[in-house]
Design a protein. Structure first.
Length: 398
């Protein structure tokens, strides 16, 4: 059979992807959109948790006396402080405020799962990762977050570091599992930083889909003696749990080896619940099947399963139909239903067009309505804070 036409089209597709990526990267560099845009002046820092103007003045004077250099900018003839998030975190550190790693030595492993596609798993993973780092009330914890992308569509990778979301990559999450590298190799070769510092992604690639479909045979070949459902935990996550505050797992909407490994590796399982009837129906079917999935995992010999499971509404509006769906979700999840939801907003899609999230995008680059962007950003920040507080309450209770 003649495949020349398919080969040519495939080659053109790869070239187009590369060009799109390069164009966007060059645009960001030319106009200064490649760095995270949020800055704090001294007054804004003084309003943060645990600070006052006197505290901030004293801390910054002490740090500058010791040689620390804070960013400043010139507005007309007036020079003022223009602090990055990392510099704000440094002030907390100077004051001796405990980081999250001082409170919990190991990362919380959080798996977003649903067998229904299009329920914003990747959007939630990438934006929440960045919001956990940048939320004003959470800066004092100096959190480091890793997103492990195991979805061959690589949407989380695209939004966090788009250079690694095109073409076949040699250092993907799936490859890391099979290669069983050292901790040092994982940190150096497999993990890349996003625009928001201290938020990282372990990339996915379209080729990972072929790995998932042949998982048992590949594990037998490369990882003899290991349980194929535990290799994500043993070969990747257990080696990195002291390097991060959160490890967030994102997989595709498939009942496959990546889903099984995500469940086994996680401490906390989370289910996004979209309100549309067809989506809600599919999601409830998945929730109903979870016990049998876990029983099968136990029968396979796994020695770890998540002990906590919560849910949240996504693509949510204030319509009567969506509120009815929320009532159903609350009846199912009871106290484990989050009080915050992710809204149905075009801003998430528009940000993805420039390989960004509503957190990382510079408003000067955003092509849509700025009010819509602001609402979406504030909703994700509220959601991230809710997740943080919910999980911390669970950890303290256990």
């Amino acid at each position: 059979m003649d495949l020349s036409n398919f080969l040519q089209t495939g080659s053109y597709a790869r070239q187009a992807l590369q060009q799109l990526s390069e164009n966007e990267a060059n645009h960001k560099i030319e106009f200064g959109f490649n760095e995270f845009h949020v800055r704090y002046n001294k007054a804004a820092v003084s309003r943060l948790s645990g600070f006052s103007r006197a505290i901030v003045d004293k801390a910054m004077d002490e740090m500058e006396s010791d040689g620390y250099v804070f960013n400043k900018k010139l507005t007309g003839t007036v020079e003022s402080y223009d602090l990055t998030i990392e510099q704000v975190v440094a002030i907390y550190e100077h004051r001796g405020v405990p980081k999250l790693s001082d409170i919990h030595q190991d990362a919380v492993v959080w798996f977003l799962a649903n067998l229904k596609g299009g329920v914003t798993k990747s959007v939630t993973a990438s934006t929440t990762a960045q919001a956990l780092r940048t939320h004003p009330q959470l800066l004092k914890y100096d959190q480091r977050i890793l997103v492990i992308d195991l979805d061959p569509q690589a949407s989380s990778t695209m939004m966090l570091n788009h250079r690694y979301s095109i073409g076949d990559q040699n250092y993907t999450s799936a490859q890391a599992i099979l290669q069983n590298p050292t901790r040092e190799e994982l940190l150096e070769d497999y993990i890349v930083e996003s625009k928001v510092k201290n938020v990282f992604v372990m990339p996915a690639s379209i080729a990972d889909g072929f790995i998932a479909s042949n998982w048992e045979a590949l594990c037998a070949e490369h990882l003899p003696g290991q349980n194929p459902n535990m290799v994500l935990k043993e070969n990747v996550i257990d080696k990195l749990k002291k390097d991060f505050s959160w490890i967030i797992i994102d997989t595709g909407p498939h009942l496959d080896a990546f889903l099984s490994n995500g469940i086994v590796a996680s401490d906390v399982l989370a289910t996004p619940l979209p309100p549309a009837q067809v989506d809600l129906h599919s999601t409830l079917q998945y929730i109903g099947r979870l016990p049998s999935i876990m029983e099968q995992l136990i029968d396979s010999g796994v020695t770890h399963l998540p002990e906590h499971h919560f849910a949240f509404m996504t693509k949510f509006s204030k319509s009567v139909q969506d509120k009815d769906a929320l009532s159903i979700a609350k009846a199912v999840f009871r106290e484990e239903m989050l009080d915050c939801s992710i809204p149905n907003s075009i801003a998430f899609q528009r940000c993805a067009e420039t390989f960004d999230t509503v957190i990382s995008v510079n408003p000067k680059e955003y092509a849509g309505d700025l009010k819509s962007l602001k609402v979406a950003k504030e909703a994700i920040e509220d959601f991230a804070l809710s997740v943080f507080q919910h999980v911390q309450l669970y950890l303290r209770a256990n």
